[in-house]
Design a protein around this ligand. Structure first.
Ligand SMILES: Nc1ncnc2c1ncn2[C@@H]1O[C@H](COP(=O)(O)OP(=O)(O)O)[C@@H](O)[C@H]1O
Ligand SMILES: [Mg+2]
Length: 230
């Protein structure tokens, strides 16, 4: 069973807004295994961001359990959650959040700098080759193409050897070519045993993942009941 990278059991997140309780997540159950690429889709307000925040260890649930990378993080403290983020998770964002005038390679090293970990040159070379940036690692990020900026962002997400890569709306404003590159890379990564979880509005992207989770009103629903058309 240690193939399971992520497991949510009856996961709930309630917010209080004045006299009202908002059931942003209302009993969600699912799991993701090593080497799986799974997307989550749902209309605005269905709870996607709430779920991503829990999985990203940025917030904790109201009830239920959440296992990330083999650890039950449900009742973890702030500092324990930070460790899970550093050791098990990688993040990819739509706006790549690069530091423009640092070299590509320096951007990739940033998570190690923040985590005060030694800079492992072999590992850095490995991720640079993996994402296809070899030869351009010593160019300032701002001088590179959109596709290459994405490669830097992915390499940076991989530098800590994450078990789970989390992508929140990764393709929002991307050109088609950049999106296709992203999918090719994602498929390479899952073959290496990483799991990838994507929240997206892009139904075409979702359709290319191995499994789609449909969220509505804080609950997982069968595809047939989804109001999203694709
Ligand atoms: N911090 C918060 N306080 C109160 N309500 C919230 C908060 N965050 C989200 N919500 C509510 O929870 C529901 C789910 O929101 P969200 O997870 O952002 O959905 P999505 O990302 O699918 O659009 C919505 O009704 C939203 O208004
Ligand atoms: Mg959202």
């Amino acid at each position: 069973m240690n193939d399971i990278v992520l497991e949510a059991k009856n996961l709930k997140k309630y917010y209080t807004r004045g006299p009202e309780t908002v059931k942003a997540l209302d009993g969600v159950d699912f799991s993701i295994r090593k080497g799986e690429i799974v997307s989550i889709v749902g209309p605005s307000g269905s709870g996607k961001t709430t779920l991503m925040n829990l999985i990203s260890c940025l917030d904790t649930a109201t009830s239920g359990t959440l296992n990330v990378g083999g650890e039950d993080v449900t009742h973890f403290s702030e500092s324990q959650l930070i460790n899970v983020r550093r050791n098990y998770l990688g993040f990819i964002f739509q706006q790549f959040y690069l530091i423009p005038n640092l070299f590509a390679v320096e951007n990739i090293e940033l998570p190690l700098v923040f985590a005060k970990k030694p800079i492992d040159q072999k590992k850095i070379l490995e991720v640079i080759e993996l994402v296809g940036l070899k030869g351009r690692e010593n160019i300032p990020a701002f001088m590179l193409s959109g596709g290459d900026k994405q490669r830097i962002a992915i390499a940076r997400a991989l530098i800590n050897d994450p078990k789970l890569l989390i992508a929140d709306e990764p393709t929002g404003k991307l050109e088609l070519k950049v999106r296709d590159d992203l999918l090719v890379l994602f498929n390479q990564l899952v073959k290496k045993g990483i799991a990838i979880f994507i929240a997206t509005h892009d139904l075409e992207l979702a359709g290319m993942t191995q499994r789609i989770i449909h969220l509505q009103d804080g609950k997982i629903i069968p595809k047939e009941q989804s109001s999203l058309y694709y």
